[in-house]
Design a protein around this ligand. Structure first.
Ligand code: NAD
Length: 480
């Protein structure tokens, strides 16, 4: 049921030239389920050549023709949703319901890109002379190197590949080796939709070697990366040296401010649902929940009782609400953070342990009254861990929200318009949601500030990231 994954280079799915592959592990069982090819330098050279040829061909098609391929690709992805969602659940761990939502989300990203690519308008700037025309043209930036992670292997890949292709770029995509087959299904859907060879190439292997190789190529004009701040910083430095454009979607440590005037019961219910989705491995996952003192105890009781109800198990079991973490590293990080909470005097009010079964399970965990010096209050948890602390006044909550260098998502719950305005104007984050979580849609920009990166995916900004601007000043001249 779960396939081996090959490299997609110049329209062919092929084995790697060093004949090397790594194992793919099912996070629900910790068993080897298949293999993924590891590209060598010969494969990467071929991928770059194919992408250069693909770019020349693809950029010269009309925006309408490109749009039709993307739209057909979205349709094929949806037709294959049952099979692809199962693959995604097996390699990543998330419940099948979430995997289906992810595939639908990826199809929506392709559709949005298909629509928006037809509106990559330039403009005419009124000239100072009657015989001069001034035009602004938007053109595809060129060959793109895109690195997508393992937490949303299909949606994040689609959020990069969709707008890049819509803009007329070609792409070399490097998904995570831990979750290779679901992004390969995205590639296959686009291929079957008529994407010409070389326009999308997919490689796997040694991340460091591949990124070093690709970012060292002059012909690659743009880097798009989603992953940790640590790796993002390294890649951005290499890209900057080569003066490549870069979109960096990095980590987060999202604050949530629950003011005393909020519908706090509803807030607790929403936050439990959002916190433990994808076992907390979401860059905008609510992590530092700050609750005003007068409603703190009731809020914590409700949050804990809801979180305790979450059924943990294999993502393939229809009863499962939360699956395993995607890899063993995540479980070690959780254990390390919990142990530090205990020694720093925080209260572990729920969970705090790995599951007593094979696989990378960790219990839904709630920590209350964590000192701001504890590791978890500073390092991104990226797992099923919620920290709930109290605050007395607004300025204290805003200061805590802005304390870290992360600036991806931030949330507030309040019935006061004044507090809502205060929150949106004072909190340093790229995405702010009030009284719900409404982010990550293809039509809205998704990106951070500070150490959470720069640039955005989604919205018109997502297409803009793959376009360059050419200014043309043309004087009418007749030499006859
Ligand atoms: P990591 O830093 O080892 O890797 C993060 C991602 O970058 C992975 O997808 C990995 O395949 C890729 N990667 C690693 N080294 C690379 C390199 N030299 N060149 C190109 N790609 C490279 O972290 P991890 O243990 O896999 O994940 C945990 C951390 O990653 C979390 O703290 C979180 O911040 C971050 N993360 C963020 C997102 C997101 O959606 N923003 C997604 C996944 C992981």
């Amino acid at each position: 049921m779960y396939p081996d994954t090959k490299l997609l280079i110049d329209g062919q799915w092929r084995t790697s030239s060093p004949d090397e592959r790594s194992e793919v592990i099912d996070p629900a069982t910790n068993e080897k389920i298949s293999t993924v090819e590891r590209a060598g330098s010969r494969d990467l050279i071929d991928a770059v050549s194919a992408a250069i040829r693909g770019f020349e061909l693809w950029r010269n098609l009309s925006a309408l023709e490109r749009s039709e391929v993307l739209r057909r690709g979205a349709g094929i992805l949806r037709e294959r949703i049952d099979e692809t969602a199962k693959i995604l659940t097996i390699e990543q761990g998330k419940p099948l319901r979430e995997a289906m939502a992810e595939i639908n989300g990826a199809a929506e990203h392709l559709e949005w890109a298909a629509e928006e690519g037809r509106r990559a308008y330039g403009r005419v700037i009124p000239s100072r002379r009657p015989d001069v025309r001034q035009l602004v043209l938007r053109e595809p930036v060129g060959v793109v190197a895109a690195f997508s992670p393992w937490n949303f292997p299909v949606t994040i890949a689609a959020a990069k590949v969709g707008p890049a292709l819509a803009a007329g770029c070609s792409v070399i995509l490097k998904p995570s080796e831990e979750t290779p087959a679901a992004p390969a299904a995205l590639g296959r859907a686009l291929q079957d939709a008529g994407l010409p060879p070389g326009v999308l190439n997919i490689v796997y292997g040694d991340s460091r070697m591949i990124s070093k190789f690709l970012l060292g190529q002059k012909t690659i004009r743009k880097l798009s990366f989603t992953g940790s701040t640590r790796v993002g910083r390294e890649l951005a430095a290499v890209a900057a040296h080569q003066l490549k454009l870069a979109t960096m979607e990095l980590g987060g440590h999202a604050p949530v401010i629950v003011f005393e005037d909020a519908n706090w019961k509803r807030a607790a219910d929403i936050l439990v649902e959002r916190k433990y989705r994808n076992a907390g491995q979401v860059c905008g996952s609510p992590t530092r929940i700050l609750v005003q003192a007068s409603i703190f105890d009731q809020f914590v009781d409700r949050f804990i009782s809801q979180a305790a109800e979450i059924k943990v198990g294999s993502g393939l079991d229809p009863e499962t609400i939360m699956g395993p973490m995607a890899n063993a590293r995540g479980v070690f990080t959780m254990e390390k953070l919990v142990s530090d909470f205990v020694s720093s005097g925080a209260q572990v009010a729920l969970g705090g342990h790995r599951g007593n079964r094979p696989g990378f399970f960790f219990e839904p965990t709630v920590v209350v009254n964590a000192p701001v010096t504890s590791r978890g209050m500073n390092e991104e948890p990226f797992g099923p861990l919620a920290m709930i602390n109290r605050f007395e006044d607004e300025s204290e909550a805003i200061a805590e929200a802005n304390r870290l260098e992360y600036g991806l998502a931030a949330y507030a719950y309040t019935s006061s318009t004044r507090r809502s305005h205060l929150f949106t104007s004072k909190v340093e984050a790229g995405i702010l949601c009030i009284n719900h979580e409404g982010r990550g849609l293809p039509e809205t920009p998704n990106g951070g500030v500070k150490d959470s990166g720069h640039g955005a995916e989604g919205g018109i900004e997502g297409l803009d990231a793959f376009l360059t601007t050419k200014f043309v000043s043309e004087m009418a001249f007749n030499d006859t």
